[in-house]
Design a protein around this ligand. Sequence first.
Ligand code: G4P
Length: 529
Amino acid sequence: METRHSELISRRRTFAIISHPDAGKTTLTEKLLLYGGAIQEAGAVKNRRAQRSAASDWMELEQQRGISVTSTVLQFEYDGYHLNLLDTPGHRDFSEDTYRTLTAADNALMLIDAAKGLEEQTLKLFEVCRLRGLPIFSFFNKLDRPGKGPFELIDEIEAELGLAVYPVTWPIGEGVSFVGIANRLTRTVHLYERSPRGRRIAGETVIGFADERLPAMLGEREATQLVEALELLDGAGTEFDRDAILQGKVSPAFFGSAMTNFGIEPFLDAFLQYSSPPVSRESSAGVIEPEYEDFTGFVFKLQANMDPRHRDCLAFIRICSGKFQKDMVVTNARSGKRVRLTRPQKLFARDLQSLEEAIPGDVIGLNNPGAFEIGDTIFTGPRIEFPGMPSFSPELFARLRNADAGSAKKFEKGMKQLETEGAVQVLHSREGRSSQAPVIAAVGELQFEVVRYRLKNEYGVETGLELLPFSHARWVNAGWAAIENGGALHDVEIFCDRRERPVLAFRNKWQMQRILEERPELELSTLAP
Ligand code: G4P
């Protein structure tokens, strides 16, 4: 039984895609489901989304903006493995939710539009993955269109990210003459047939590198170019070393087209083989291995009111060890309270299906209004606590006013819920809270929009938003005493966060830089202590 449990864990892969909007994340996700057999024909997920969104208020904002505001988890099987794909919202204006979702992933897939190369949002998300030391796989997409050359793309990643790249696959031809890929690990060439928008799995012909039919099949020129490119890569010296991949030092890279399904299968095969199974995690009681007997997990996301007909609140929990069973009783490390985990949900896009059992690497959604906060650890067995979820340094600040004095209670209730969910950070002055006009802070503007939209739709409260002239914030790790003992901080706003910790807000980067240099004793940091 126990060997079976370890075996199941070793066949779990939990990952998130990081990309800039329009790189093809939705398309690729769908194709992964197609190859995993979770859907029979691509296009189905989009259609079902459209049907469901028409029936749900919450989706209205997503529809209006053509974006996905919520992040959930897709689970699918492939070749005897169980994959959990954490969906990070891909809109231009990303939010703290995206960061938090990455804390629940064991691997990242960096998806890059081959015509555009590295883009801003990918860079930001990459930094978070690097901080966590996640293994990073790279997929260069849209090879069916003219784009940058493969050597240029790889150079760009190595130079700008300082990340060594090992191309596992290499494209054959480009744009309209992109016909397939060469796989350097299996030493095979894969030539694909196109189908309309790649609705079905692409038909392919596979032959070995050394096969003498290659020049006839590719054309003399293409075949020579391929052989030369492969020799160059072999001579380049980046080693294919699994440990270096697992430490996030070397990124295995793949070329393909999510639209036409070229290169999807070789990516999946190599990903399963070389990506990280569920990892061990630091805790207050030492390192917790996934094989540790007792159940442990942490809350990385809360989402209320997904179903407008019920006042529900789903807590998304990443399981770190043990086995989750329906109706089990766990302890919340923060509150010390015991909670029965009833009504667990398995997540498939926005479809929530009931679930009986889950293991490390899995994510479950629990419907326990009020029992959890973001970052909470839950456990059976001896007490343990995982490090809390970091609060990210906001770059946007605003005063949010309740426009209607008659709805003061509803406004407070809504704000409390949204603050608990981490939809925005709420700051207040040290003298006290302004319950009807709090200061809200975020890393992306969309967070403000979501808060106002939800206050209106879920709590019936209209609000006004007044942007404040701050662009940077830092927590004072040394605490209030360090501020009081030092000289006055001119032109700097001092706020309290929800845990009464001091936060400084600056008008610009230079002002912040000056304080960082002049007042090292404050121990300013981008993350909350
Ligand atoms: P996102 O989730 O990362 O924002 O990207 P999404 O998959 O929605 O793709 C953005 C656009 O890029 C879509 O075009 C999509 O069809 C296209 N695309 C994705 N992968 C490929 C690829 O491999 N090759 C080519 N040529 N295009 C690709 P759209 O015009 O916005 O939508 P649609 O009308 O095609 O659905």
